[in-house]
Design a protein around this ligand. Structure first.
Ligand code: MRU
Length: 349
């Protein structure tokens, strides 16, 4: 099994996703600052994996603090969590995991600092192992949507590398394959960072799942040719009405899928759903540096001084989404109602 992120000897060990597919290298983060850098520079990426890394970062922060009076310890720990929260703005899982790490602190605050830190480490490890279980559940619910012989298009990487293991969108494909279904996957290369070409293709090759790599601008032509039966993608944040932020290019795929009457599925854990946002209009969209567009591996491919716009994500309106696959089951329209049902006890915006 691909090990994206593990806790070992009081360090967070991450597979270096910038080195893939050329090299399989691991990076051991000993401090929360190293975890922040790893999230920022995409060593670890994908919403659920970012959440797990953030939780481990919080645990590392607590672990490295000196012995302090309880209130000062809490203050410093919460400040560390808030600093980690600034690493990237879009993936809901980052904030969800840190909220959980803060709640764990407050639940355990009457223990000694030593026991409290131990519990924070355990909580981070639980967030990690639960993520794999959640993905397997999503696979169980989502796999019946895929038929034997289907060709499926996916975008970015929503696989084991984007999670603690198994994957969300790729997890559904994995589960269908485990049931003996023969599937073919079309992999969008996913400009500008190439998560599809570098990471999804690497995972599928490793898993011996048949795939074809295409550039993003070929997807419409494939759909027109009848080569795509279904589309399945992951998500970074889902608003209370089902609007979904995912890797830039997802929106275009969803509109094309609608025009060609191709089912368009989103697979995401409940922790990606942000019920505090009424619609996708207020999802913060990260803009990344110009060089991701003007350069490839340090080589310039646009004239110096070229103006660039580089949003890392877009928002797909809920109307274009056939269903949302979660660990609690398949959500269908109207999403406000199905999300309210699976988020009982939480106030929907
Ligand atoms: O910029 P990235 O690589 O972190 O973006 C990742 C995506 O957009 C994924 O599709 C999303 O996080 C879902 S991962 C299960």
């Amino acid at each position: 099994m691909i090990k994206t992120i593990i806790w070992k000897n009081n360090t967070a060990v991450l597979i270096d996703q910038n080195a893939l597919p050329i090299a399989e290298k691991y990076i051991a983060c000993k401090s929360y600052k190293e975890v922040i850098s790893a999230i920022k520079n995409l060593t670890v990426r994908g919403a659920p994996a970012i959440g797990v890394a953030a939780a481990m970062g919080a645990a590392l922060g607590a672990l490295r603090l000196p012995s302090l009076p309880p209130e000062e310890f809490r203050q410093k720990y919460f400040a560390i969590c808030d600093e980690i929260a600034k690493a990237r703005p879009t993936a809901r899982n980052l904030f969800w995991a840190l909220e959980r790490m803060k709640k764990c602190f407050d639940r355990t605050k009457h223990s000694s600092q030593r026991d409290l830190v131990k519990e924070l480490v355990n909580e981070a490890r639980r967030i990690c192992s639960e993520d794999i279980e959640i993905n397997r559940q999503m696979g169980k619910y989502g796999s019946p949507l895929l038929a034997d012989g289907d060709s499926i298009l996916t975008h970015c990487n929503a696989g084991a590398l984007a999670t603690a293991g198994y994957g969300t969108a790729l997890g559904v494909i994995r589960a269908a394959k485990e049931q003996g279904k023969k599937l073919h996957v079309y992999v969008d290369e996913t400009r500008p960072v190439l998560q599809g070409a570098r990471l999804t293709a690497w995972e599928l090759k490793k898993e011996k799942i048949s795939f074809t790599l295409i550039t993003d601008n070929m997807a419409g032509f494939l759909m027109r040719q009848g080569k795509v039966d279904k589309i399945i993608v992951g998500a970074d944040r889902i608003a209370a009405n089902g609007d979904t932020a995912n890797k830039i290019g997802t929106y275009s795929l969803a509109v094309l899928a609608c025009a060609h009457r191709i089912p368009f599925y989103v697979a995401a854990p409940q922790s990606t759903i942000d019920v505090s946002l009424k619609t996708g209009a207020t999802i913060p969209i990260e803009e990344r540096k110009n060089e991701e567009v003007t350069h490839f591996k340090g080589v310039r491919n646009a004239p110096a001084g070229t103006k660039v716009y580089n949003p890392a994500f877009d928002v797909t309106p809920a109307q274009f989404i056939t269903a949302i696959i979660t660990e609690k089951g398949i959500l269908t329209k109207p999403y406000r109602t199905s999300i309210a049902f699976t988020h009982k006890g939480e106030k929907l915006s």
